[in-house]
Design a protein around this ligand. Structure first.
Ligand code: UDP
Length: 447
């Protein structure tokens, strides 16, 4: 829906469709972030259009999430899955489709917020040809990722674009102080960075009765449950968790269960990782103790977090890590790798524990400490939920982003006006008229 009273802005998320089902190889935190940020910005008065690549001819071109928030699926390459490392060549078509859509709607987005490096490329292209303010969120960083995996041929190009967007965007939105620090020290000393975290839906992820949750999921009330939620990707460290679980079992006389939540598709990279993990489970003799729950939606996921005694996040790296705050919001203590955004969201000894990544023994010890100190675990439950409610709600995130957008739009208008007064010509008069319209609309948006 187009509204004359609202300022239209664009969120660009090349591969992560905000309207997609979450939990498969290509669908994770970025999809969740873009959708919730979009929906919450619309509640604050913006008209939010979220753009992604169309991957299935049967999918609708436009999905309306709420009256002023929609996902628009653009044609860019064949309408089927294309691995991210092969997507750059289709981004020029993405730009063309974006411009065609904008023209067809009689719209001009004065501000776009890009997500992931491929969208950053789109933002940099749009910046060359139109008057647009560009903000960017990385979600994943080449300099970090390529420390632990072999560099594909696209690696140099990706890292170059990640540096360029930091230096040329109007602002980078880092989601944790740790991410901001890495950007500064390893990507570029130039460019503006603001830290605004991710959030979670605290009306959905909230304190509930463990007994009720287990009954609803038909899980035993006698077992101690350890939970993993996330994609199947070697960098998520599920192998470390499975091995740590095997060690823990040796130390415990209680009945333990490991539940692994996350989808996978055969013939896709995540299917390969799932098969590897299943094989490991068999090899370690854990077949009866590990349950693969498959892909679970956010409507049911709170029941899993609530049922669990601990949620484990064994990632090699996480720029933020939504699963940590979802689990804590449900009052479930977290044992997580001492990396990236997990250092920021988890308060050690109060809401969970941080241990060295890939350290099987440390993960086993961390889980043991929480499982065998019921009093402490109960205290952590309250602290974990309070931590998230105070610091990480989508409503709070959207307010901070909205403020930043307004500030950046206002700055761009002042910049244009000073150019107009110093060098008047017909083009400046046109720009100035446009910018006044933006200023009026932007100030109508409540903060
Ligand atoms: N997720 C889900 N269902 C699943 C597996 C994962 O809804 O079966 C969601 C999870 O709740 C979280 C997101 O996927 O919101 C994962 O985000 P995170 O930042 O933890 O990891 P990323 O996918 O960005 O690496």
């Amino acid at each position: 829906m187009k509204s004359l009273n609202r300022q239209a802005i664009a969120l660009i998320s090349d591969h992560a469709d905000p309207a997609a089902e979450i939990g498969l190889e290509e669908a994770g935190g970025q999809n969740v972030y873009v959708r919730h940020v979009g929906e919450n910005l619309a509640k604050l008065g913006w008209q939010v259009d979220m753009f992604t690549r169309k991957v299935n001819p049967d999918d609708d071109d436009i999905v309306q999430h709420s009256p002023y928030c929609r996902t628009i699926r653009l044609k860019a390459g064949k309408q089927s899955y294309i691995p991210r490392d092969k997507l750059l060549e289709h981004m020029p078509e993405f730009v063309q489709s974006f411009q065609a859509f904008q023209a067809s709607q009689g719209l001009h987005y004065p501000l776009i917020h890009t997500n992931y490096w491929l969208s950053a490329w789109v933002g940099l292209e749009l910046q060359k040809t139109s008057s647009v303010q560009v903000l960017h969120t990385y979600h994943s960083l080449g300099v970090v990722k390529y420390q632990s995996v072999n560099q594909p041929s696209i690696a140099d190009m990706r890292m170059q674009i990640e540096r360029e967007i930091l230096e040329r965007a109007n602002c980078i939105v880092a989601t944790s102080p740790q991410e901001a620090e890495i950007l500064r020290s390893q990507v570029s000393a130039y460019g503006r960075i603001e830290m605004i975290p991710c959030g979670t839906d605290t009306s959905n992820f909230r304190l509930m009765s463990k007994t009720d949750a287990r009954k609803q999921l038909q899980l035993s009330l006698q077992e101690q449950i350890i939970l993993y939620v996330g994609r199947f990707d070697p960098r998520k460290g599920i192998e470390t968790l499975v091995r740590a679980f095997a060690l823990l079992k040796e130390q415990s006389d209680k009945k333990l269960r490991l539940i692994i939540v996350g989808g996978s598709s055969p013939h896709m990279p995540d299917g390969v990782e799932r098969a590897r993990i299943e094989h490991l489970v068999l090899e370690l003799g854990l077949y009866e103790d590990v349950m693969f729950a498959g892909q679970i939606g956010h409507d049911i996921l709170p029941l899993y977090y609530t049922s669990a005694d601990i949620c484990v996040i064994p990632s090699h790296y996480e720029p933020f890590g939504l699963v940590a705050i979802e689990a804590m919001a449900c009052g479930t203590p977290v044992v997580a790798s001492d990396v990236g955004g997990l250092k920021f969201t988890i308060i050690p000894e109060q809401t969970g524990l941080l241990v060295p990544p890939q350290d099987t023994l440390a993960f086993a010890n961390g889980m043991y400490r929480i499982l065998f100190d019921e009093l402490w675990a109960r205290k952590m439950r309250k602290q974990a939920s309070a931590n998230v409610n105070q610091r990480f709600t989508w409503g709070g995130v959207a307010i901070q982003l909205s403020e930043l957008y307004r500030h950046i739009l206002a700055q761009s208008i002042m910049h244009e006006q000073s150019r107009y007064f110093s060098k008047p010509d017909s083009k400046n008069i046109l720009n100035s008229t446009l910018s006044q319209r933006i200023l009026v609309n932007a100030t109508q948006v409540s903060s």
